[in-house]
Design a binder for this molecule. Sequence first.
Ligand code: PGA
Length: 254
Amino acid sequence: MKMLAGNWKMNTTPNDGLALLDALSEGLTPERIGDVHVVVAPPFTHLAWSVQRLWEIPEISVAAQNCHEHASGAFTGEVSLSMLKDLEVDAVLVGHSERRTYFHETDATIGKKIRAALDTEISPILCVGESLQERQSGQEWTVVERQLATALETVDAEEAHNVVIAYEPVWAIGTGEVATPEQAQAMHARIRTWLKERFDGGTAQTMALLYGGSVKPDNATALFSQKDIDGGLIGGASLSASDFLALLDALRQS
Ligand code: PGA
């Protein structure tokens, strides 16, 4: 399945977000979407009306950028999956490197969030990826494998069809430095093989594997044409409707 997901991060006021969503939905014609599943992940404050505004375009899903693993309770400032479900949010980013780094999310917490998302029937988009230091010391696969194994520990093959994996090398996120298509493909192929061993061949093939980290219109085609790259998780370039639509064109044509 081809997928293009826009992670707006902590950007846009509600008014700015509304303008961006309107510009996007104007460009998202059925011809342009083709066989691509489009996901937008705006801030929490924008979710309710984003779902309503995109209601008529079923090929587009709305995702939250984070969630809490508990269903309710005394967790001031947090948002639960049942709240997201009630808003009819379809998906949630889990384990983004900014959550791991700035908010100290551990692999164990991420595993609990994945479990809670699947139990709520919200599709988790699990983000994995190594730091620059880990890549320079040849540890990239050890790190990614650990992240995958812990996050998916309780997940069975049937549930795995609803999980999306986003490989985002930390050194490429928001830095303008992008993994080469060969580096990205090599990691995606390893992830695919791991999923095949962990689940089965059919499941591994149907799961969407996204690349994330400084994907822009000028480097997208080379990345998206790689065999095991099914799409992208886009930060900076998702804040421009024209860039995001150009990425959609690149993915559809790849
Ligand atoms: P970027 O962010 O495209 O700005 O590098 C990607 C992400 O963090 O998901």
